[in-house]
Design a protein around this ligand. Structure first.
Ligand SMILES: Nc1ncnc2c1ncn2[C@@H]1O[C@H](COP(=O)(O)OP(=O)(O)OP(=O)(O)O)[C@@H](O)[C@H]1O
Length: 131
């Protein structure tokens, strides 16, 4: 068992070092997403393009908030989807109907967030289309 997990089990006190370790772990997760998950790389390129387009066209404050919310939502969904895939593959490496369902439902979460992002993109960049 990792030392950190052992400390948590004992109900250890607040430690700034532990908080920095958590932050490092989360950044490591972001790196894993970008390196190992092809969809995450596509989300990354699309997000950069959308941000560049936003700077070029000069979005309003509300439009920027919607764009950032859409990007964050897609990244969150992708992170949870990938995390579930890693867990499922570790727990049940062989084919199992419920693992298939779990992965498909998690992928549906990404699809829903991507659909919202597309709507935001249309609302922000094609004025008059959805207003
Ligand atoms: N162990 C399993 N048992 C049953 N079906 C599975 C299993 N693993 C994967 N599948 C099916 O194959 C699909 C793709 O699973 P996989 O783990 O390859 O994800 P992926 O191709 O990396 O997905 P994504 O492109 O969203 O990252 C799943 O949605 C599921 O329908």
């Amino acid at each position: 068992m990792r030392a950190k997990t052992e400390r948590r089990r004992r109900g250890s006190q607040f430690s700034l070092l532990d908080r920095f370790t958590s932050l490092r772990d989360a950044l490591n997760g972001l790196g894993i997403l970008l390196v190992e998950q092809h969809n995450a790389r596509i989300h990354f390129v699309v997000a950069i393009c959308v941000l560049a387009l936003g700077l070029l066209t000069g979005l309003s404050g509300v439009e920027w908030i919607m764009v950032f919310a859409a990007i964050a939502l897609v990244w969150m969904a992708e992170a949870f989807n990938s995390s579930l895939e890693y867990l499922a593959d570790a727990a049940v490496p062989e084919t199992h109907e419920l693992i298939g369902k779990a992965k498909d439902v998690a992928a549906a979460g990404v699809l829903i967030s991507a659909g919202f992002a597309v709507l935001v993109g249309l609302w922000v960049f094609i004025p008059g289309l959805i207003r």
